[in-house]
Write a new protein. Structure first.
Length: 486
């Protein structure tokens, strides 16, 4: 137990691969490094052969500007590429081309919706660089060696660095989720953490609450899920506080996250910037971004995740959490919008319940994505209309949706082919009620003796006899009438 309160302080570095057609400085294709054959997308430039020269990919700059503009950064009219020198087997040139002193953009901001309310995070810088290759360490049959795949070497990368503005593991997770939604909205990449196209590195320190000076930071690598991120940060906060409380000192280092043991472990002590001998890249001219280009990028930004979220709250009266559930997934939000527009008579809560309930659970349980979904927004709106106008009841509607989901047929066609139309005919329903009451005379006696919950059982029996198609309101009223008639 700690005797004085500590404040965690966290800043994040996020690397985002950019899904351009070609690499950052050569014409090799950007391939999915999780399944392409190794070393099939490599040329003399990204393999670092002497005499080869880099040429900047304009589309990568465009993607970088989009993200920076969405984060409300100041876009730099001139930015400079630099060499960051170090040796590693996944880095054939012996240096990484990155931006150092003059990055693409600085001073942005993003507002998060956390369980504690709104939280403003300042973005320190956004810069362009290139990814490294990938090493696979093999330890098998008494042999131990490493394999190198250069498909990823030179893939365009964007690094987004925040100020140390975070004070909890939850804020960190929400930031990462919001950024993921953003890169998906902007078409920069799939945002899949487990594929490594978005990599999050939190820097964590703690300090006695109220103290200005920052504590010594530890950086966590290899976090490939939001869960790992939140747990890793929480673990590191606790570890540092306990260490200080027991008289120890936090060492500045880089740690990894051990998913099996749910602990961080030391990887290497942290090098300083001067170790890298940064200097301006002599093979690339300064990157110039015109005012016109900046304006075009800002103008062309789509509705952003947090903007859509606010609109759903304002326009549809959803809670912030419900709105974010929809808006954080681009296609889900678009789908919801389209259903609402196609079924003005259905009521917003109904649409929300069907989309996030029945439809999403069908999609999740069968692994169907919005691209493959056979139920169009208009199709779902059609089903909801059949329910709201009483042509089928709610329960039948669920079965019809499951059918639409598989067959892609319109709701109306399924209802008529299967004869599912709701029966509201009073004489017909009264006849069924009478039959059931005769069949369950004992239950009826119990009901009349005061055990009124028996009515639900009898309701179920009549509905079953009606093949699930009886109008539930009519049935309920008729059942009560006959039960209460002595
Ligand atoms: P480095 O050069 O080691 O990567 P930087 O100073 O550039 O370190 O910061 C990297 C990230 O770490 C930034 O997001 C920054 O906000 C955060 N950071 C810096 N110092 C601390 C600290 N003492 N505690 C927590 N986060 C920090
Ligand atoms: Mg760092
Ligand atoms: Zn290449």
């Amino acid at each position: 137990m700690s005797s004085i309160p500590y404040e965690p302080v966290i800043g994040l570095e996020v690397h985002v691969e950019m899904l351009t057609n070609s690499k950052m400085f050569c014409s090799c294709p950007v391939v999915d490094s999780t399944n392409a054959a190794p070393n099939t997308a490599v040329c003399p430039i990204c393999a670092g052969h002497p005499g080869s020269l880099p040429v900047l990919n304009g589309r990568a700059v465009e993607f970088g500007l989009r993200v920076a503009a969405a984060l409300q950064c100041e876009l730099a009219p001139i930015s400079i590429f630099a060499r960051k020198n170090y040796f590693y087997p996944d880095l054939p040139k012996g240096y990484q081309i990155t931006q150092y002193e003059q990055p693409l953009a600085v001073n942005g901001r993003i507002t998060l919706q956390t369980s504690q309310g709104e939280k403003l995070i300042h973005i320190r810088r956004v810069h362009l660089e290139e990814d490294t290759g990938k090493l696979t360490h093999v330890d098998a049959a008494g042999q131990s060696f490493s394999l190198v795949d250069l498909n990823r070497a030179g893939v365009p990368l964007l690094e987004i660095v925040t100020e140390p503005d975070f004070h909890s593991a939850e804020e960190v997770r929400v930031y990462a989720e919001t950024l993921q939604a953003l890169v998906r909205y902007l078409g920069v990449n799939s945002g899949d953490l487990e594929k490594g196209v978005m990599r999050i590195e939190p820097n964590i320190s703690v300090r006695p609450l109220g103290r200005e000076e920052l504590g010594t930071k530890v950086e966590i690598k290899n976090l490939n899920s939001f869960r790992a991120l939140e747990r890793g940060v929480a673990y590191e906060i606790t570890r540092q506080i306990e260490l200080i409380e027991s008289g120890g000192q936090v060492a500045q280092e880089t740690v990894g996250w051990d998913e099996n043991r749910q602990v961080t472990f030391s990887q290497r002590s942290k090098e300083d910037a001067h170790d890298y001998r940064y200097f301006p890249e002599p093979d690339l001219p300064p990157l110039l971004v015109s005012k016109r280009w900046m304006d075009d990028v800002r103008q062309a930004l789509p509705e952003l995740p947090w903007e859509r979220c606010s609109r759903f709250v304002a326009e549809y009266g959803l809670s912030a959490a419900e709105a974010w559930q929809l808006a954080s997934e681009k296609q889900l939000g678009e789908y919801f919008d389209a259903v609402v527009k196609a079924s003005p008579e259905s009521g917003l809560r109904t649409v929300y319940a069907w989309v996030t309930g029945e439809l999403l659970s069908l999609m999740n349980s069968s692994g169907v994505s919005f691209e493959d979904l056979k139920v169009t927004p208009t199709g779902l709106a059609g089903l909801l209309t059949l329910i709201s106008t009483g042509q089928i009841n709610q329960n039948t509607g669920k079965g019809v949706l499951a059918d639409m989901f598989l067959s892609g047929k319109p709701a109306g066609q399924i209802v008529s082919e299967k004869g599912l139309a709701q029966v509201s005919d009073l004489d017909f329903i009264a006849g069924l009620v009478a039959e059931i009451l005769a069949e369950y005379a004992g239950e009826v006696t119990n009901y009349r003796a005061g055990k009124i919950t028996v009515a639900n059982f009898l309701f179920g029996q009549v509905m079953r006899k009606a093949g699930g198609k009886a109008n539930p309101q009519v049935l309920r009223a008729e059942l009560e009438k006959q039960l209460n008639a002595s």
